[in-house]
Design a protein around this ligand. Sequence first.
Ligand code: SF4
Length: 337
Amino acid sequence: MEADALRQELADLTAAVRAFLDWHVMTGTTGLPPGEAPSSAAPAHLPHLPASLEPERPPRSPAATYEEPKPARPLSAAPAAAPVAAYEAPRPAGSVTAAPMHAAQATEPVRQDRPSPRPVEAPRAVAAPVAAAPAPTAGPTTDTLDERRARLTVLASEVAGCQRCDLHAGRTHTVVQRGNPNSELVFIGEGPGMEEDRSGEPFVGPAGQLLDKMIAAMGYHRDDVYICNIVKCRPPNNRKPEAAEMAACSPYLATQLGIVNPRVIVALGATAVQGLIGTTEGITRLRGTWKLYKGAIPLMPTFHPAYLLRQPSAKREVWSDLKMVMTFLGRSVPERH
Ligand code: SF4
């Protein structure tokens, strides 16, 4: 008799376990359901465990809630970081980081920064940097002139020690910028020449003097606009910077443009256009057609002033391009020049 009773109890127990597992398969759950315990939540037609075999459970708190099951983790895995440790306080707006990107990625898998009004990234179409690049920072449009100057000063001191590409070996000075960091208009050239390398200022040679005349013809003083180059160190023998050199230097340019946040960029020559938007199309085809830098800042490609020194007849095309810029900026355009 006693053996029959045990057999029956074992059969009941087996049926109840099978029903419990079927119920999980049917509902697609992998853990305990919310609220009710499985035995009472099972459909009525399924057998229940005998009351005497119900496992003892700790009483549930009324406030307890169902949690999605978490993937199993080996016990040797590092403990989860405390919420406070995982949260990175937002950086003050307008700060310029000197941390290389690879370091930032190693320590900041999830950034909590607020998005800047105009995110600035390195151009996509150029080759991968030859060295880890600094994280570009974008400047909010609300920065004052003094704040922009301060941030650009920090950037310039960072560039002064840069060795991210081989161009650092032949430089006398890094050449970062000149002009008004609050300007609506930015001119960008290719890289420093001999005189710029010597002085540390962009566009100071004969090509720079011609650029100043172009700027004056547009109704600006040379110090009203902001001027910089794609690369900050002089390439040997004034050769064109290589794609990897432009890419290595591009975060500095992105930071500059993020700080100045101009309404229009004038790209002087094919190399400047390539460094800004990645295209390798010839400047003769590109000039006079609006492009967009980062999908946000209108960009007008035109000939480099150094080319105009060799081909003065091309000034007509450049003036045509600059008139389009003036019209876009709402400035009066002289009838003849
Ligand atoms: S060209 Fe730019 S990336 Fe290369 S060493 Fe000079 S500052 Fe650094």
